[in-house]
Design a protein around this ligand. Structure first.
Ligand code: 9MR
Length: 665
């Protein structure tokens, strides 16, 4: 078990903090000269090459006023979180009295520098004004809904803002719900409500639950795991889990961070490190710098090793601006740069973990000969001469500005070939286009020449195709189904159909799973013994879309019969009073696929199950029965899956669970 850490969050008044900062800064003396910068290429280049983001929490004042701060912010990072500017007290200090200045400032900076923004945070017990805290249940829920709708809604169509912390820090250290004014007034339903309101406000944003001291496998992270699992089972739109990562060298590194992220990933959510910093007990020494650097590389390496980990956000980058000394007066120096913007060993550690020894810093050549053709009242086809690159061109960004001059270029699409069709334009309207090339390392070329396009008059086609009818499914196997429908008609011509699918027999949302140019579609890659709902809609060349067809529900067949299984169980960690068994590995030892498994085992007297993941465990007396989770029952011959659980036991009792046997189904 990770040793308990001092809670990292203290609610404080901003004014008090500012006073403390002023007081402390009178005593700040530079302690160490920073290590020389040996690393090549900025952090963001290497992160992008690995398909991840590397971000920082931005403070609005230096972002506006300090060139040195701005330069590092734009050069090194491809992701930004507002450290304070998007919180409730900053945005809606009294009911319906909005201030977006700081939030807009950060979003504009990110857009100008091709950085994604993670919104932080919609619902939190801290930094929320008194007027909210004092409301009765109905008014409080309404205030929450209004706040989410207005704030997340403001950026819903902004390409830079891609994700939100919907709820922040809802657990206490023992894994119970935090006794906040939210919980005390509304009960735990405020969490599901917040996610549903956020999805309604911005249907495309990735919606996260965020907390601290959940980096390792412990009671708090297991409570979070169980909550995310149960919310998703109820179709509450939780897409992502944020591990804040406020670490301190004196409390040890949570060595099961990667394993913990992996178990969340198995729930189908994205994971991310949202607020990383590694504080030390002052003063700095080179030994402490080295330990700190190791913590930073461990975190980055864990994220790199977990496919579902989107990236790492550091809670600031310079020790000049860090929350740590305000809250822990004898601690600090938690970030990558010292207070004079000199890189520390922690910077090099992050760089090397991202770089992984393979750095490509050469940008592709500039795309040339950009031309427009096939201009209609609502679309244009662009083509250009392909770029070249020392490693390979990974794709092109398509940029567009309004009118024939002025305005700014923003990205409207990407292409992996040297052409792009831009649809959804207004009739009789001018647009300017440019393209730039990127490579896998995230190096971007200069932009091409500009081409100006004016769409044709509004005599275009505005009539949608008729609705596809008689949608039916046939030939359903354990992994596929064939759909057919009666073709639509259109005043010009039907150009294709969108195939939409929702999970289960009710609930969930329909998302597009394919397209077809004929009145049939075969959907493969389905799970055995599983229900799905389908709809189709038709489109024409002008982008007009029909209503959706009738819904057809399909249940796939079982995935084979028979097959045996084996189980091996490992004690991952134990302490006086408890232990974690992980991984418990189930293997299909038969010759045909299985679709479910059951593991039984014995808990010694007075042992009780306190947490479980990737399986559904019930107990009766000392006998425990673990069945597969909905997503890990299907195993091909020879394939394995794992689950885990945590047990509490009497102090001084060294026994662990035993007698594991596996059967199918
Ligand atoms: O870094 C933030 C600091 O400037 C604020 O004064 C403080 C107020 O509570 O919040 C800090 O950021 C917190 C983040 O929003 C949520 N997780 C813990 C962070 C550190 O306290």
């Amino acid at each position: 078990m990770t040793p308990p850490r001092v809670p990292v969050h203290r609610a404080r008044r901003r004014l008090v903090q500012l006073a403390v900062v002023a007081l402390l800064s009178a005593f700040v003396v530079p302690v160490l000269s920073a290590s020389p910068a040996s690393a090549s290429g900025p952090l963001r280049t290497h992160a992008a090459a690995r398909g991840k983001f590397i971000g920082f929490a931005a403070a609005t004042s230096p972002l506006a006023n300090e060139a040195a701060y701005r330069t590092i912010a734009q050069t090194e990072f491809n992701q930004i979180t507002a450290e304070n500017a998007m919180k409730w007290d900053a945005t809606e200090s009294s009911d319906n009295n909005w201030n977006f200045s700081g939030a807009d400032q950060i979003v504009a900076f990110a857009a100008a520098n091709n950085q994604q923004v993670h919104g932080h945070t919609l619902v939190w017990h801290s930094q929320t004004p008194g007027w909210v805290q004092g409301l009765g249940a109905t008014a409080m829920r309404t205030a929450m809904q209004d706040h989410i709708a207005t704030l997340a809604g403001r950026y819903a169509n902004n390409a830079s803002v891609v994700s939100w912390d919907v709820v922040n820090e809802v657990f206490d250290e023992n894994g119970g719900f935090r006794s906040s004014f939210w919980y005390n007034t509304l009960g735990q339903s405020f969490i599901a409500d917040a996610f549903r309101y956020a999805r309604a406000a911005d249907p495309d944003a990735r919606l996260c639950i965020n907390d601290y001291n959940v980096e390792g496998i412990n009671a708090k992270s297991t409570a979070m795991y169980n909550l995310v699992q149960s919310l998703r089972a109820q179709n509450v739109p939780v897409d992502c889990v944020g591990f804040q990562g406020h670490l301190a060298t004196q409390y040890g590194f949570p060595s099961d961070l990667q394993q913990n992220m992996q178990r969340f990933a198995a729930l189908g959510v994205q994971v991310r490190v949202t607020e990383l910093d590694v504080r030390i007990v002052m003063p700095r020494t080179s030994a402490k710098d080295t330990t700190q650097a190791t913590y930073y590389s461990n975190v980055v390496n864990a994220c790199m090793a977990v496919t579902a980990c989107a990236g790492v956000t550091i809670w600031g980058f310079t020790d000049k601006y860090s929350w740590v000394p305000d809250t822990f007066p004898s601690e600090g120096a938690a970030l990558l740069y010292d207070a004079n913007y000199q890189q520390k060993p922690a910077y090099t550690a992050v760089h090397n973990a991202l770089d992984n020894g393979t750095s490509d810093t050469q940008a592709p050549s500039t795309p040339s000969n950009l031309t427009a053709s096939g201009i209609t009242s609502s679309s244009v086809n662009l083509s250009w001469t392909a770029s070249t690159d020392n490693v390979g061109v990974a794709g092109y960004d398509i940029l567009r500005a309004p009118g024939t001059s002025g305005g700014s270029f923003t990205q409207v699409g990407t292409s992996t070939t040297a052409s792009f069709s831009n649809t959804g334009l207004s009739a009789n309207t001018s647009y300017r286009y440019q393209v730039r090339a990127r490579d896998a390392a995230g190096n971007t070329s200069s932009v091409s020449s500009t081409v100006t396009v004016t769409t044709t008059g509004g005599t275009g086609d505005t009539q949608a195709p008729s609705t596809p009818s008689s949608l039916a499914a046939a030939g359903t196997t354990s992994s596929s189904t064939n759909l057919t429908w009666t073709a639509s008609t259109d005043n010009v011509a039907v150009t294709g159909y969108d195939i939409l699918r929702a999970p289960g027999t009710s609930g969930g949302t329909f998302t597009q799973v394919g397209t077809s140019t004929t009145a049939s579609f075969s959907n493969t890659g389905l799970s055995a013994n599983t229900s799905y709902r389908y709809q189709v809609r038709a489109r024409d060349a002008a982008g007009n879309v029909s209503a959706v067809s009738n819904t057809v529900t399909v249940t796939t067949t079982g995935g084979g019969t028979g097959g045996g299984c084996s189980v091996t169980a490992t004690v991952q960690t134990s302490w006086n009073g408890g232990y974690v068994m992980q991984p418990v590995t189930v293997t299909n030892t038969g010759t045909s696929a299985i679709t479910s498994w059951t593991v039984t085992f014995t808990l010694p007297p007075n042992h009780s199950l306190v947490g479980q993941w990737n399986g559904v465990i019930s107990t009766s007396g000392g006998t425990a029965t673990a069945k597969n989770a909905p997503y890990n029952g299907s195993l091909a011959p020879g394939a394995s899956t794992t689950f885990g659980f945590q047990v509490a036991r009497p102090n001084g009792d060294g026994n662990t669970a035993y007698g594991f046997t596996c059967t199918t189904p």
